[in-house]
Design a protein around this ligand. Sequence first.
Ligand code: AGP
Length: 369
Amino acid sequence: EQIEKGGYDHFMLKEIYEQPSAILDTFRGRLLSNEAIIKMVGVEDNMKKFLAADRIIVVACGTSWHAGLVSEYIFEDLARIPVEVEYASEFRYRNPVITEKDVVIAISQSGETADTLAAIKLAKSKGAFVFGVCNVVGSSIARESDAGAYTHAGPEIGVASTKAFTTQITVLTLMALRLARAKGTISSSEFRHHLIELEMIPAKVEEALKSDGYVQTIADIYKDATNFLYLGRGYNFPVALEGALKLKEISYIHAEGYPAAEMKHGPIALIDEQMPVVVIATKKGHYEKVVSNIQEIKSRKGKIIGIVTKGDKSVKELADHVIEVPETLECLTPLLTTIPLQLLSYHIAVMLDKNVDQPRNLAKSVTVE
Ligand code: AGP
């Protein structure tokens, strides 16, 4: 097992560090920036279905559901296709309205999650076209889907999903860009610009990983907190949810993720000097509004950990700590902002002596209801 961990103390840490190469593997054969094209066989072969779709329904659970939420922003923003993101467990029992003009995207690392599998069987029985985004090759969901795209993240052993999440977002981003180009909702120069930025992501993830030492210092300061709040807006709202889930799963500390602007509608009552608040405040995307949320937290004496764009000044003046990530396009920020949040949960769990790779009560894939 030590050999399999490749010199890392835990699979989770190894998998966090594998993300630059995992994302590169996801790109392979698909992101052809020299030719300024994206090639995805499962999408090309079914382009008519995608172009005729009234909407996309994403079904998934847990972290994969968070990747689905990120994709809602990307598909709507770039390809102008309405998206609904559903918990597979709710969708399958709701007697949902599904038609032949729906495209259902099932996202699953393992490809074996019982609820997600049942949701796509239901969708297929109603005539919808099902596209699977799975990591495990030949898994049940991959086989049951009409078409799909593998994430190619390599085996993920840690129960807490890390590289599966970022590679799912990568596949979904490639899909959204490909469809946007086909629909003409993005200009060729904008498309090219996105490809260039996307290609730089693995190196930028590498750079984001350099925050590890500082994240460890922050983990040491807050490891005894009993609650954490995670806030983000737009593309980074799902990242806030994912950050909170990671902390809960492996450190057993209660954490909640919220859209930053929803804070005023309830969670703000929780803020006092005991409450660490992780705020994703990257330069693009409602930056000023998030800064004003940070001011509100500060005036209630909350402890602020800001995830900011490199060189940021405004948040630095207000926050107790800031962790920098490189600048990129707004739609690609989740691929970077998620890195310090993974590291934060990892280090807190290690410091609390928890079983990082196999947290209590959790299974890597939930194959029963
Ligand atoms: C992630 O850290 C979790 N362990 C869990 O939420 C997981 O993402 C969920 O069970 C879905 O699994 P899947 O992607 O294999 O379908």
